[in-house]
Design a protein around this ligand. Structure first.
Ligand code: SF4
Ligand code: SF4
Ligand code: SF4
Length: 548
C-alpha cells in the first residue's frame, strides 16, 4: 500500500499568531514617584540624592538636592520631615532618617564651601521679590537659576524671615542660616535690607522690574480682645523676639505666660525657660486643635514648660490672669462658665499669625482676605498683573518654611513662563509607589541611625544645638537603607532571574532593556523586582503609547 502523509500542511499565509507559544504580556521598565518625594513640600528628589550619598558622592548629592531646595542644612534642622512619615521603609523597621542625611549633606556643603552648579543664560528680565524669608529667598534662588536678575527688598535688618527671628539657636544656629543665604547672594541675588515696601507699583516702576513675587510672611499676631490693667507686661511673639535681642531682662527670672498653641508659642516658652523664668503655655483648644506637632509639645514638657489646654484668657488685673475653662463641642472650643486665676508678670501672645498686607490694597485687582492673606490664581498670580505671591501670606491651615520654599519653587516656574509670554504646563506626575507595590522578597535588619540629643536637663541650660548631626559613616549607612521605591537602582535582580537571558545590561547608569525576540512574558523579572520598576503590559503593544 502506498504510504499516505496524513499531516496537513500548515497554512503559513493565514496563521497570524505564529507557531510557537504565544506571549500575552510583556515587561516594561517604569518609573514611579517615591512616597518620600511625593510628601516633601519642597518636592525634593530624595531618592536621587540618597543614591549619590550611598556612593559617598556628597557633592553630587548636594547638587541634586539643591535643584529643588537651596537649604539642606536648614531643612535638616527645622523641617517637620513629612517625607519620613511617607517613607516605605517604615513598614519594614524604621523610616530612613532622611532629614539627618540632608543635614549632613548641607553641613558638608558649608564646610567645603560648595557653590550652586547651574548654567543659565541671562534673560535680561528683572524680578522684584518682597520679603527675604524662606519663601522669598527660595523664589529668588530658583529665578536666578533660570537666568533672571533678582532683587529682594526686606523690611527687617537681616534676611531669613521667621528662620532668623522666630527659630531659636538651639534648633537652628544663626551661622548655618547665614551660610545658606550667602550661597544665594553669591549667585548674584541682591538683598536690600531695611527696605520696607509701601507702594509695590511704584517700586516696580522705579526698579524697572518685569514681575514681582510677594512673600511677606505672616508676622503679625492677631489682637486678643480682653480687659487688662498695666500690672502684667503684655507683648506679642514678634515684638518679644525683637525686644529680647536688645534686653532680655523683662523676661528673665519672671513668671511668664505664653498664650497660643503653635510651634511659635512652644519655641518662645523654651527660650524663656533658658532665661531662668517660670513659664506656662495656655491654649484655648484641646490637644487635637494645637497647631504644634506632638513632638514639639513633648520636648517643651520635657524641659519643664507647663502646657495647659482648654483655657481662654478673659481679663488681667493686679498681676493675675483670669482664665475661663473651655470644652469642645462640635469640634469647637466653647466657654463653660468656670474660671480660675493665675499669677503672672509677663504675658506673651503667640496665637494666630496674620499677614501685614494692607499696603497691597492700593493695587487694583489684588484680593485680600480678612486675616491679611492674599488670593492667587492657578498660575500663582494675584489679581495684579505680573504680581505673584507665596508662603505664609497665602490662605491655608498648614504653614511651614518647607511649604513656603516649595510654593516659591512653583511660583518661580510660573513667573518664568509669564516673563517668556508662555503658559507653564505642569508635567505629568508619576503614580506613587506605596509599600504594597513593592515586592520585598528579602529581609534586612538595619535599624535607623539616630542622632544624639542633649538631655532636657542639660539642654535647658543653654542655647546650644540640642540635636547632633550624623557622622559620615552613619549618613552613608542611612542612605544605603533606602529601598529605591518605584525606580530601578540596577540591582541586577531581573538580569539574574530571567530564564531566557532576555535582559540586556546597558552599562552603569543606563539600566537595562528587554530582548523581545527571546522574552516569553513569564513575568519572573516583574515578580522579583523589589522596587516595582517593572510592569507587565498586555500584548499586542502599541509602541507609540504603551511603551515609553
Ligand atoms: S525638606 Fe523636609 S520633607 Fe523635604 S526632604 Fe527635607 S526633611 Fe524631608
Ligand atoms: S525607602 Fe527610600 S525611596 Fe522609599 S520612601 Fe523611603 S527614602 Fe523614599
Ligand atoms: S523574566 Fe525574562 S522572559 Fe520572563 S518576562 Fe522578564 S524578560 Fe521576559
Amino acid at each position: 500500500m502506498a504510504a499516505t502523509d496524513l499531516t496537513k500542511a500548515v497554512d503559513l499565509s493565514t496563521h497570524a499568531e505564529g507557531t510557537g507559544p504565544n506571549r500575552f504580556r510583556r515587561p516594561v521598565y517604569v518609573d514611579f514617584m517615591p512616597p518620600c518625594n511625593s510628601a516633601c513640600p519642597a518636592g525634593e528628589n530624595i531618592q536621587g540624592w540618597l543614591s549619590h550619598a550611598q556612593a559617598g558622592n556628597y557633592f553630587e548629592a548636594f547638587q541634586t538636592l539643591v535643584e529643588d531646595n537651596p537649604f539642606p542644612a536648614i531643612m535638616g534642622r527645622v523641617c517637620v520631615k513629612p517625607c519620613e512619615t511617607g517613607c516605605n521603609r517604615n513598614h519594614i523597621d524604621t523610616t530612613i532618617n532622611i532629614h539627618a542625611v540632608e543635614r549632613y549633606i548641607g553641613d558638608e556643603s558649608i564646610n567645603q564651601q560648595w557653590q550652586i552648579r547651574y548654567n543659565a543664560k541671562p534673560t535680561g528680565k528683572r524680578v522684584l521679590v518682597i520679603g527675604a524669608g524662606p519663601g522669598g529667598l527660595s523664589a529668588a534662588y530658583h529665578l536666578a537659576r533660570l537666568g533672571h536678575t533678582v532683587e529682594i527688598f526686606e523690611a527687617g535688618s537681616h534676611p531669613g524671615g521667621l528662620l532668623w527671628t522666630g527659630v531659636p539657636e538651639y534648633r537652628l544656629p544663626k551661622n548655618i542660616l547665614d551660610a545658606e543665604i550667602d550661597r544665594i547672594v553669591k549667585m548674584g541675588v541682591k538683598i536690600s535690607l531695611n527696605h520696607k515696601v509701601d507702594n509695590v507699583l511704584q517700586e516696580k516702576a522705579i526698579g524697572n522690574f518685569d514681575a514681582v513675587f510677594l512673600s511677606i510672611g505672616a508676622q503679625l499676631i492677631h489682637k486678643e480682645d480682653f480687659e487688662h490693667d498695666d500690672s502684667v507686661y503684655i507683648t506679642n511673639a514678634f515684638s518679644f523676639f525683637n525686644e529680647m535681642k536688645n534686653n532680655a531682662s523683662p523676661f528673665t527670672r519672671k513668671k511668664v505666660v505664653v498664650y497660643g498653641g503653635g510651634k511659635l508659642a512652644l519655641y518662645l516658652a523654651r527660650i524663656i525657660k533658658r532665661f531662668g523664668s517660670e513659664v506656662a503655655v495656655y491654649f484655648s483648644g484641646d490637644k487635637k486643635m494645637m497647631p504644634a506637632y506632638d513632638y514639639e509639645t513633648e520636648d517643651a514638657l520635657a524641659e519643664g514648660v507647663d502646657v495647659q489646654l482648654l483655657q481662654k484668657i478673659k481679663s488681667i488685673a493686679k498681676n493675675k490672669i483670669t482664665l475661663e475653662k473651655q470644652k469642645v463641642e462640635k469640634g469647637k472650643a466653647v466657654d463653660t462658665g468656670e474660671f480660675e486665676t493665675i499669677d503672672a508678670d509677663v504675658l506673651i501672645v503667640a496665637n494666630k499669625q496674620e499677614s501685614d498686607s494692607g499696603f497691597l490694597r492700593a493695587v487694583s485687582g489684588i484680593k485680600i482676605n480678612d486675616d491679611g492673606t492674599v488670593v492667587i490664581d492657578a498660575n500663582r498670580m494675584t489679581g495684579g498683573e505680573g504680581i505673584f505671591a507665596g508662603g505664609d501670606m497665602l490662605p491655608g491651615e498648614n504653614r511651614s518654611s518647607t511649604i513656603a520654599i516649595g510654593q516659591a519653587k512653583k511660583a518661580a516656574k510660573y513667573i518664568d513662563a509669564f516673563l517668556s509670554k508662555v503658559t507653564f504646563q505642569k508635567p505629568d506626575k508619576h503614580p506613587t509607589a506605596g509599600y504594597r507595590k513593592l515586592h520585598m522578597w528579602y529581609q534586612t535588619e538595619a535599624p535607623q541611625k539616630e542622632q544624639d540629643k542633649l538631655a532636657p536637663a542639660v539642654a535647658v541650660k543653654s542655647f546650644e544645638e540640642i540635636i547632633g548631626g550624623l557622622s559620615e559613616p552613619e549618613a552613608k549607612f542611612e542612605a544605603h537603607r533606602c529601598l529605591s521605591c518605584g525606580n530601578c537602582f540596577e540591582c541586577d535582580g531581573c538580569f539574574g532571574a530571567c530564564p531566557e537571558d532576555a535582559i540586556i545590561k546597558l552599562g552603569k547608569g543606563n539600566r537595562y532593556k528587554f530582548n523581545f525576540d527571546a522574552c516569553t512574558g513569564c513575568a519572573v523579572c516583574y515578580e522579583q523586582c523589589p522596587c516595582h520598576a517593572i510592569e507587565m503590559i498586555p500584548e499586542p503593544v502599541n509602541l507609540s503609547t504603551d511603551v515609553k
